[in-house]
Design a protein around this ligand. Structure first.
Ligand code: HEM
Length: 376
């Protein structure tokens, strides 16, 4: 733990930071902590006038079920979980392969060969457009996701609120034509608002996170000759095992927010109702560099389990407990397919000099560019 306390009040961030993975699991699975961080942040970081002006936007975000607690959350999550079932995700494999090949064509045609727009954004965007049934291209979907995440990360910024509002309008319009929401309640205006919010959340959930994983996967595999060899030889399980290692080494999301539901003691600290809590998913202090400690060898080591809800041994990269990521197996599939197709198509690929350009994002592992020499 590098001397990081398991739970501490951070004066700068004005919130609790949970750094210890065991305590993190406890907080993520505990009724004493609610998921309604947006609501609390609207109160803390937006002026009354901004809340009034952007009421439509705050209502839209409030309806995302990732913000709800049981029993409401359980009921809203169930139908989405059914849609994103393991068999559905398996059935997507051939489409993911086609999309990957299209993205690799785009990478080959791009100068310089930058993995982030062509492949990481491209593949995650094409897959999510397919799952949700929207027609917009990856760059539009990622622009939406980035605009919303900027607002979510800094709600006091009026310019971010204005941009997020415009994005909400565009997303709502696109989702009114999309296929997946058609199977969800549409009878009343409340039903329609909830259905739109649910699918906007799902779309958002699968974009920046997955793009980060895909970019990190290419960056890391080209930096590890032994693993690159195993993947090029298409050794069974090598791609999947390596993806687990990338997830742990560079978790796309570094922390989750919660709100203290009632005054309580935890790990010897007194937490007050309404306090914000940042739960680290990296197993280290929130601001530590370099992500979590290295996992077992990806070639000889076993892939981590994908049990729903997460076992207590499992890493926290996809969360833990009732909100465990509904898209975890889809993200893993995308990354493993990408590794295999990339290695088959560009076996002589190498990282370009100064390959990785990191973005300034605190929440995401922010790779802005990964430049490669395709060796062809
Ligand atoms: C590497 C890629 C991904 C990572 C690291 C990731 C991470 C996470 C995490 C940490 C949570 C828990 C949130 C919380 O407890 O507050 C979560 C929830 C969620 N994720 Fe993902 N995610 C990824 C990919 C995806 C994909 C591809 C989709 C959509 C298909 C998706 C949709 C969702 C949804 C809808 C939730 C909310 C679940 C709930 O509240 O019950 N995610 N994700």
């Amino acid at each position: 733990m590098n001397g990081t306390p398991p739970l501490a009040w951070d004066e700068g961030l004005e919130c609790w930071v949970v750094a210890d993975p065991r305590l993190a699991r406890q907080v993520l699975n505990h009724p004493g902590f609610t998921s309604g961080t947006f609501e609390r942040s609207f109160q803390l970081y937006m002026t009354g006038a901004a809340r009034e002006e952007y009421r439509e936007l705050t209502e839209f975000l409030r309806l995302w079920f990732v913000q709800a607690d049981a029993p409401e959350h359980t009921a809203l999550r169930r139908p989405v979980q059914r849609v994103m079932s393991a068999s559905y995700v398996r059935s997507l494999a051939p489409r993911v392969e086609e999309f990957t090949d299209e993205c690799l064509d785009a990478l080959a045609g791009a100068v310089p060969h930058d993995v982030v727009p062509a492949v990481a954004d491209g593949l995650s965007g094409k897959v999510m457009a397919h799952v949700v049934g929207v027609a917009e291209p990856p760059e539009v979907l990622h622009r939406w996701a980035r605009t919303l995440s900027l607002f979510i990360g800094a709600m006091y910024r009026r310019d971010y609120a204005a941009a997020a509002h415009r994005t909400m309008v565009e997303m709502t319009e696109a989702l009114s034509r999309a296929t997946a929401p058609k199977a969800f309640p549409q009878e009343t205006p409340e039903d329609r608002a909830r259905t739109t919010a649910t699918w906007a959340m799902n779309l958002f959930g699968g974009l920046e996170t997955t793009s980060s994983l895909l970019a990190s996967t290419v960056l890391d595999v080209l930096g590890e000759p032994r693993v690159w060899d195993a993947v090029r030889e298409q050794r069974p399980g090598a791609a999947e095992a390596f993806v687990e290692r990338v997830l742990q080494r560079r978790p796309p999301l570094r922390h989750l927010g919660r709100v203290v539901a009632r005054d309580q003691e935890l790990a010897g600290e007194h937490m007050k109702e309404g306090d914000l809590v940042l739960v680290s998913l990296t197993g280290e202090g929130l601001l530590a560099d370099g992500g979590a400690p290295a996992a077992a060898c990806p070639v000889t080591g076993e892939a981590a389990g994908t049990a729903e809800g997460g076992s207590s041994e499992q890493h926290l990269v996809f969360g833990f407990g009732p909100h465990y990521c509904v898209g975890a197996s889809l993200a893993r599939l995308e990354a493993a397919v990408l590794l295999r197709r990339f290695a088959a198509r560009f076996p002589a690929a190498r990282l370009a000099p100064e390959a990785a350009v990191w973005g300034p994002n605190l929440s995401y592992v922010g790779l802005d560019h990964v430049y490669v020499d395709l060796g062809v």
